[in-house]
Design a protein. Structure first.
Length: 94
């Protein structure tokens, strides 16, 4: 998983999140960490996922994005550290 400053582009296995997940709920789950901190358009996300089924992959991607967002936000804005953790984005169950 790569999280880099950008325009909000989302890619998983060389497809957009919308093409890959084909479901608004799954997409919402994956986007939750970025939505919580209000950074949907600030970061590009590139993910490689395999196995576990599409729902499991959505949860796994969210679990990968959440700590990366917390770490990235802490570097630029110390008060934001842990915003994802407090929202439940670090939990395995949705």
């Amino acid at each position: 998983m790569v999280l880099k400053p950008g325009t909000g582009k989302r890619t998983i296995n060389n497809r957009t999140f919308t093409e890959y997940f084909r479901n608004e709920i799954r997409e919402m789950i994956v986007e939750q960490p970025l939505t919580v901190v209000g950074a949907n358009k600030e970061w590009d996300v590139i993910v490689s996922a395999d196995g576990g089924g599409i729902n499991g992959q959505a949860g796994a991607v969210r679990l990968g994005i959440a700590p990366a967002v917390d770490a990235a936000r802490a570097g630029g804005r110390p008060g934001d550290r842990g915003a994802c953790r407090g929202s439940g984005c670090h939990r395995h169950r949705v």
